[in-house]
Design a binder for this molecule. Structure first.
Ligand SMILES: [Mg+2]
Length: 373
């Protein structure tokens, strides 16, 4: 600890729960057709029907025994277990259940951060039922979810989001794991480094090269060393492995659109200025979309001229807008239609609307299709 000039502060006063539905899509299908539970079940279209394309969104626990997991290509899953049952997902149905589950959370707290369709963080430090024990809240939530939608979830309870997530992953399915402040260090030190949220396929080989295989190995490394190896992530891992992660549970409303706009005291008068601002807005919108795990197909450009006339123009694509570059290029295309620099521009705004939650299928399918072309 000698290299620390200032002792790190650790706030252990919060009570955070991470809830993760167990094999969500597959469990829903098993619930609605119990026959399916007898087989390895893969939620993906059968590779025979798609020419080998498609990606596994969820595999039930029987299918996982064959090494099948989400984000794997359906073709690979088929090779691992040809007798598995393949089913296309019913995202409408999953979304509806996800809303029902969120309503159960809302009986306890309004501080809910949905991470994806089947995962959320809850801050229950001051909860609506005045229950002291966060473990008790987690158990009640698990029971209510079971009673209302007949599905199991795993819960992790701790004083920060990072630990709560590690905890929910610790016992699955239907697990409930508490990591109390005085247990946090030992809990993390015993974990394989791959379990650390954020240490993915790209980072873990580099970790291994440096001799980091467990939380304990990570804990041994100095702050400067971690920063020089992993940049910002090293900074944050140095703290996380010491139990420090102050990120609040971000309440995100179920938004239908995400937009950013800027007003300019000195009106923009050149094409380059406008394009630079559109790029900046595209980046901001993209960042917000990722934060709420949503994407949309419609982009809206808003332009207010120096004389305060305002126009909005929208364009809908036949597929989801992928990233900041695409947001920018679509916005520039609309801009070319609008133009009118002579008046000077006082405000620019970009909004992506008609949003849907991002699911594995939506993100990975296009990537996979590209690869097989
Ligand atoms: Mg899950």
């Amino acid at each position: 600890m000698s290299e620390l000039q200032f002792p790190l502060k650790n706030d252990t006063s919060r009570k955070i729960i991470h809830i993760d539905m167990d094999a969500f899509f597959a469990s829903v299908e098993e619930r609605d057709n119990p026959e399916l539970a007898l087989h390895p079940l893969v939620i993906a279209r059968h590779p025979h029907d798609t020419g080998g394309r498609g990606v596994v969104t969820t595999a039930n626990y029987k299918a996982r025994q064959y090494g099948i997991h989400s984000a794997m290509s359906a073709q690979k899953a088929y090779e691992l277990c040809p007798k598995a049952v393949f089913m296309p997902g019913n995202h409408e149905k999953y979304r509806e259940i996800s809303h029902q589950v969120r309503e159960i959370f809302a009986k306890y707290t309004d501080i809910i951060e949905p991470v994806s369709i089947d995962e959320a963080y809850l801050d229950v430090t001051h909860n609506k039922q005045n229950i002291q024990s966060a473990v008790k809240v987690a158990r009640l939530i698990q029971q209510e979810i079971w009673q209302e939608v007949r599905l199991t979830c795993s819960a992790g309870v701790s004083y920060n989001k990072f630990l709560a997530k590690l905890a929910s992953d610790y016992h699955k399915p239907a697990g409930l794991t508490l990591v109390a402040p005085d247990e946090a260090l030992a809990f993390m030190q015993a974990l394989p480094i791959e379990k650390f949220h954020g240490v993915g396929k790209k980072t873990s080989p580099k970790m291994h090269e440096l001799g980091i295989f467990t939380g304990m190995d990570l804990y041994q490394l100095g702050e400067m060393e971690l920063i020089s190896q992993f940049g910002k992530m090293g900074y944050s891992l140095y703290r996380k492995v010491r139990g420090i992660h102050d990120s609040p549970v971000n309440v995100t409303r179920d938004r239908k659109s995400v937009g950013k706009e800027h007003t300019y005291g000195n009106p923009l008068t050149t094409e380059n200025q406008v394009l630079a601002q559109l790029r900046r807005l595209a980046e901001e919108v993209d960042k917000s979309l990722r934060r709420v795990a949503k994407h949309g197909q419609t982009i809206v450009l808003k332009v207010r001229y120096a004389d305060y006339t305002t126009i909005t123009k929208r364009q809908t694509l036949n597929q989801y807008i992928r990233d900041k570059d695409q947001i920018f290029s679509q916005a520039s295309l609309i801009w070319e239609d609008v133009l009118g620099l002579e008046k000077g521009i006082r405000l620019l705004g970009i909004t992506v609307t008609n949003l849907d939650p991002i699911s594995y299928e939506n993100i990975l399918l296009p990537l996979w299709e590209k690869k097989t072309e």
